[in-house]
Write a protein that binds this ligand. Structure first.
Ligand SMILES: Nc1nc2c(c(=O)[nH]1)N[C@H]1C(S)=C(S)[C@@H](COP(=O)(O)O)O[C@H]1N2
Ligand SMILES: [Mo]
Length: 362
């Protein structure tokens, strides 16, 4: 019942589906094509009885209904790209298989215009107490992927939680937030991995430490390649937060046959947190020469940038198209997936590679 059409479905239950390459070409993805990442069943939340508990290290613990949240706090809009830490995991699989994790291509990312209250306004109205350093979010969906099975949750440091762009969102592209995307209310943490944008949020707890929830303490962490992910425990590996600079090629699609002559290559690029996309290079000759792509304006500082370039692919045969983005700190994406491979398959931001065939036949 939560299923959408035109998606690349990785799992039916829990429903996990990525946006098609074609769907990724739109500046604002639209709810009908927005990727879905669930760790458990979509919970049955009734917006008439939903409430948000705000507690922990606050002066005045509170419980807000949807009406109180929408009527007592200023409304803000942010166009923001969400990107799952598992986006582009499929690029790791030729290096070494990653059992038990979905082989996401470039479509575990999408962009929407979110409307909501600032999380910071809600926290400030409750009043922060000494020692406040992290803000935890909890949702009602129970995941049996967690060990032990538990409700989904996570946290962000207080500095990010108070930032203007972080919302408790009740609308997506001007419509009530669809249930599958966390309605009635979700957290939206622009610039951070999608895992922190907790859907169906019902409890916010201000703490001294990061959340002990399995999805924060044990999962969504970058483990050294030689570790066994099943024996990883709380605190192992690097906790993922801000999204790494990334890009991918959307057209032509992998395996597509293109005519000799100039080929239009299009894609997206995204850099998390306080970084912007500054340049994208595209190559049709394995990186011997590069062409700089034309960058479209970003819809906001928190949104991806689309790009396009024209490449001369020359004589018939197989070619690998490459793309690499640079960010506003001057950093470039790493070249190889092999150097980044990790047991859970997170944060593959290696150069985009798409194989095409030039000409009528090989
Ligand atoms: N309650 C809850 N929130 C959640 C999740 C979840 O399984 N349960 N998945 C997280 C992950 S890993 C991602 S990438 C985003 C995906 O948001 P979307 O399904 O709206 O695209 O939601 C995050 N919030
Ligand atoms: Mo994710």
């Amino acid at each position: 019942m939560w299923h959408k059409t035109g998606m690349i479905v990785h799992e039916r239950d829990p429903y996990n589906a990525e946006t098609s390459r074609e769907g990724l070409l739109a500046p604002i993805t639209g709810a009908a094509s927005f990727y879905v990442r669930n760790h458990g069943p979509v919970p049955d939340v009734d917006e008439r009885t939903w409430s948000l508990a705000v507690g922990g290290l606050v002066e005045s613990p509170a419980r807000l209904t949807l009406a109180e949240l929408t009527e007592n706090f200023a409304h803000h809009e942010v166009v923001a790209t969400l990107q799952c830490a598992g986006n582009r995991r499929s690029g790791f699989l030729p290096v070494e298989d990653i059992p038990g994790e979905d082989p996401w291509g470039p479509g575990a990312t999408s962009t929407a215009r979110w409307t909501g209250a600032r999380l910071g306004d809600v926290l400030r109205s409750a009043g922060l107490r000494d020692g406040a350093a992290h803000v935890e979010f909890e949702a009602p969906d129970v995941s049996d992927l967690a060990d032990p099975p538990q409700r989904y949750g996570g946290s962000v440091p207080l500095g990010k939680a108070l930032a203007d762009e972080v919302l408790l969102a009740w609308a997506m592209d001007g419509d009530p937030l669809p249930r599958v995307h966390g309605g009635p209310v979700r957290v939206v943490v622009p610039g951070w991995i999608g895992a922190r944008s907790v859907k169906w949020v019902e409890r916010i707890t201000v703490r001294t430490d990061p959340s002990a929830n399995w999805f924060q303490a044990t999962s969504y962490r970058l483990l050294p390649p030689e570790t066994d992910p099943d024996s990883a425990g709380p605190g192992d590996g690097i906790s993922l937060g801000p999204v790494a600079l990334n890009c991918d090629i959307l057209t032509p699609e992998p395996g597509e046959r293109v005519s000799p002559g100039p080929v239009r290559v299009r894609g997206y690029a995204h850099a998390g947190e306080d970084r912007g996309v500054a340049r994208v290079d595209v190559s049709g000759d394995g990186g011997a020469t590069w062409v700089q792509a034309d960058l479209a304006e970003a819809a906001s500082a928190w949104a991806w940038r689309h790009w396009q370039a024209s490449l001369e692919l020359g004589t018939p045969g197989r070619r690998t198209l490459l793309a690499r983005a640079w960010d506003t700190t001057g950093a470039c994406q790493p070249e190889s997936a092999g150097a980044l491979w990790n047991p859970k398959g997170y944060a593959n931001n290696s150069w985009a590679r798409v194989q095409v065939r030039v000409g009528a036949q090989d």
